[in-house]
Design a protein around this ligand. Sequence first.
Ligand code: SAM
Length: 231
Amino acid sequence: MSYSFEPIGVVRSCFAEKFAIPRQPRLAPAATGVLELFPPYDRPEAITGLEQVSHLWLLFVFHAAASGPEHIRVRPPRLGGNQRIGVFASRATHRPNPLGQSVVRLDGIEAGRLHVSGIDLLDGTPLLDIKPYVPYADSVCEATNDLAPAPPVLLPVSWSSAALDQARMHAGRLQQPVLELIDQCLAQDPKPAYQQPDASREYAARFWDIDVRWHYPEPDRIHVLSVTRHG
Ligand code: SAM
């Protein structure tokens, strides 16, 4: 038995590459994007009523991750990358079927376009469905998960004065919360947990069309070095 699905739209996201995307939604509220709906779902009838909803479930394809039946055990980054658990105990991107789901905030509605924030999605992610978040059914106050008991511990992020000026300039040009986005994403420490960063090693990630470079002056502190236009 097999099923096939056609995307109903695509995510246009602040995240131009996977590195430094938060590991779950809502960890970076400044992470914004637009859900571009394909015909016929770009018609107003498809989204009538959504103005009464604050958050959405997005069901999407991990189009930039390998998937298949061989992905039965995974090594989640939050467990240090060495401990293996069953794929169904994890939210890993490498799965039997490349399906992801995220709760995001709905910030605005235009014809065929939904503005969202708090996303953990790569630019170009194919969307399979959108559903309203239903607080009384979806929020389980007695729920526990001992594999992921709390959000990641945040690292302090400092900025060089040049990087701060550059980020402000790009925020004005893009009309996006660039400083907040960089702060919120880097504070979650994008590098693999097993890496002990040398202060001389530089890391980089692309948000929108800008390259952000940083280093770790000490293992638990991030310093932003530059924020420059890509290319
Ligand atoms: N909230 C979703 C879930 O639970 O199904 C995604 C969780 S997954 C651990 C989050 C990671 O997926 C992000 O850190 C990012 O690196 C990766 N990611 C986001 N969009 C992707 C895509 N379209 N293809 C492959 N990986 C993606």
